[in-house]
Design a protein. Structure first.
Length: 288
């Protein structure tokens, strides 16, 4: 019965593992719901900012603000990569890192000097393993990011862009489309590109600007950039929980399949042993 005892031990181990993965799935589901609510709450404000910016912007005003100016050639760029602090989320972090590497490779092929700014232990650990120098690394941002976190990430980059020290800023994050779709996405944060105006008659209105378009843009542009980073943070957090929920559900289902196979094997071995014992008893009785 050594094989039977071994199978019982494996069954117990898989049952314990299934309990853990099922619990993690439930926790991730709860966190995903709250994170998705934060994404939905952040989007209306971002849309409103974009609408105001597209109405106030004009090419003449654009030349007055450094965040709107487009350099003739891009010599140096910053890539801001948002990853998670934890794993057990399937290919979530791997896909983000792959997207960032593709962007860095593309820029460097065009002769652009690239500096990396990374959020999350997974991204930091990967590029440190490669021996890549990091211009900035943050592992203190939780899965509930705030506007202050976004400001701390991008304020210095805005100042450097305005001073001409860098010519472009790209951000790699997980775009939250649904619980099952969180593709890695690259978005150019700087220079700011005003959203295209809509033909909606309700939005095509004349504005009374006070005190002036210049004063509004001076406050609006940094807020627009910070909000873009904040929105990327909350979408990445929601994508992480969604990916972890899917990974843990798959692990739980796989554990159930393994348990079914192990139990069937154990029952077969147990039946064979009982049959052998009965045969031995019958044979012994016949010999007597």
């Amino acid at each position: 019965m050594a094989k039977g005892r071994e199978l019982k031990g494996r069954i117990k181990t898989v049952e314990n593992t299934r309990k853990i993965t099922r619990t993690m799935e439930m926790v991730a589901t709860s966190k995903m719901k709250r994170a998705a609510d934060r994404v939905l709450s952040a989007r209306p404000f971002a849309i409103a900012l974009g609408q105001v910016l597209s109405r106030v912007y004009s090419p003449e005003l654009g030349e007055q603000f450094p965040l709107l100016r487009r350099p003739a050639t891009v010599r140096k760029a910053a890539v801001l990569l948002l990853t998670a602090n934890r794993g057990l989320a399937g290919g979530f972090n791997t896909n983000l890192i792959r997207e960032a590497r593709a962007r860095v490779t593309e820029l460097e092929k065009n002769g652009v000097e690239v500096e990396l700014h990374i959020v999350g232990k997974k991204g930091v650990g990967y590029f440190k393993y490669l021996g890549r120098a990091l211009s900035a690394q943050r592992v203190d941002i939780s899965d509930r990011p705030t506007s202050a976190d976004a400001a701390s990430l991008v304020n210095e980059l805005m100042d450097r862009y305005a001073a001409g020290n860098i010519d472009a800023v790209y951000m790699v994050y997980a775009q939250y489309k649904s619980a099952l779709s969180t593709p890695p996405t690259t978005e150019q944060v700087l220079p700011v590109v005003p959203p295209a105006t809509t033909s909606d008659s309700k939005l095509a209105l004349d504005f009374i600007l006070a005190p002036s378009a210049e004063a509004i843009l001076e406050e609006l542009l940094p807020a627009y950039v910070r909000n873009a980073v904040y929105r990327a943070l909350v979408e990445t957090a929601a994508g992480e929980q969604s990916a972890r929920r899917t990974a843990m559900k798959n692990a739980t289902d796989n554990a159930s399949d393994i348990l079914q196979t192990l139990r069937r094997t154990y029952n077969t071995a147990r039946q064979a042993q009982i049959t052998q014992e009965i045969a031995e008893i019958v044979g012994g009785a016949a010999a007597l």
